[in-house]
Design a protein around this ligand. Structure first.
Ligand code: SOE
Length: 380
């Protein structure tokens, strides 16, 4: 695993726990964690259970005993590491968004396609697809339970920047993160919409806004848990993105990604209205799915809450007795299960780099549209 911030912790947990609850078709050994600082990487290895710590990712991917590389670094190093790892013949899991630019994502996808011809697999970490209620929503749509998709509302709302003195972490720097709320959390809303509806976003009109233009630089720590220093610097990404998309079969989808929605902590929500019913998912209530069956007798109409905790729901039979809940971390185990299974089967895991590239093109189209007064643009 390369990187050891917040996502490093989440992915480590996935690698450690998945083989203990699921019957995987291969043995997983947590070999090496790689980071810039020897001291903090060693501490991460010890804490999360990696056998070794290292500071040079090039040396690590060249080793014969490394089969999988998991990239959890900021976006500015995804392309370089992923392409080198694929060329070295290791399977690659890469955190979302796939890259910082469309050009990088294209190069990564080309490398992934060359590698796939040699049986080398790659996947993007859009983990929320693997929250059982979200996967189940996809199954219901695919089974025609809401009919034809007519309208979608997708939003990912957080509030960790609503404090104007929250520090300027790498997520607020364009050269490191690519974009702001748009790519960090809007990308999840796009992926989840496409995953559940089974349709691509084909056209976009959007607007971006930076509400706090300057913030204290990061003092101690890294990422979301870092502290503020006395110096200040410019925020170079959006804080908030609003966009409207056209789906393949014609439905309109509205999207919102914001880190300024006071009181909303991790509210990835999607509501899909169809000709025969509707669905609503909210990550803050991640074990539930709201379902409206428009074909029910008129006197019985109404959204009902399905508790997605039965063994027949996706991924659930490996966990607790029926009726018991899962949390944020379980999606990372499910991601490991699906990735390792695809590697063993010799099949293409999803979302592929090509799917990650498509999301990157949607993000890029939103930025271009915003720069052109919210013009409607085709997604490349
Ligand atoms: C921070 O906004 C963040 O950790 C994102 O980077 C993740 O992708 C999302 O899952 C939760 O919020």
């Amino acid at each position: 695993m390369i990187g050891h911030g917040f996502m490093g912790a989440a992915h480590s947990q996935g690698w450690r726990v998945a083989p203990r609850f699921f019957d995987l078709p291969a043995t997983v050994e947590m070999a090496v964690v790689v980071g810039r600082s020897e001291e903090s990487t060693r501490a991460a290895a010890q804490k999360w259970g990696w056998a070794e710590a290292a500071t040079d990712w090039r040396e690590v991917i060249a080793r014969d005993d490394i089969d999988i590389v998991d990239i959890v670094t900021p976006g500015d190093s995804h392309a370089e590491i992923a392409i080198a790892a694929l060329e070295a013949g290791t399977h690659v899991m890469c955190e979302k968004p796939l890259a910082n630019t469309v050009a990088e994502a294209e190069a990564m996808t080309a490398a992934a396609e060359r590698a796939a011809a040699r049986g080398v697999r790659s996947m993007v970490g859009f983990t929320y697809r693997r929250v059982p209620a979200a996967t189940f929503a996809r199954d219901l749509v695919a089974a025609g339970r809401i009919g034809e998709v007519r309208q979608v509302r997708a939003e990912y709302l957080q509030d960790w920047l609503s404090d104007a003195d929250a520090p300027l972490t790498w997520r607020l720097q364009k050269e490191r993160a690519g974009s702001g709320a748009l790519g960090d959390i809007g990308a999840h809303a796009i992926d989840l919409t496409e995953f559940i509806t089974g349709e691509h976003v084909t056209r976009i009109s959007g607007v971006l806004e930076t509400l706090v233009a300057e913030r204290p630089l990061l003092g101690e720590g890294i990422g979301l848990s870092g502290t503020a220093s006395a110096e200040r610097g410019a925020v170079t990404v959006d804080d908030l993105a609003l966009f409207t998309g056209r789906l393949e079969k014609g439905a309109l989808a509205s999207f919102e990604a914001s880190r300024f929605r006071t009181g909303r902590k991790n509210a990835l929500r999607i509501e899909i209205s169809g000709s025969a019913g509707a669905l609503a998912f909210d990550l803050e209530r991640m074990n539930e799915l709201e379902f409206y069956d428009a074909t029910a007798p008129e006197t019985e109409l109404g959204f009902r809450r399905i508790l997605v905790t039965e063994h027949d729901h996706p991924y659930l039979s490996a966990w607790w007795p029926t009726g018991h809940m899962l949390g944020y971390e379980h999606g990372f185990s499910h991601q490991v299960v699906d990735f390792v299974t695809a590697i063993a089967d010799g099949s293409q895991p999803h979302p592929s780099f090509a799917e990650g590239l498509h999301v990157q093109r949607v993000l890029d189209a939103v930025e271009q549209s915003a720069a052109q007064g919210s013009a409607w643009l085709d997604v490349g």
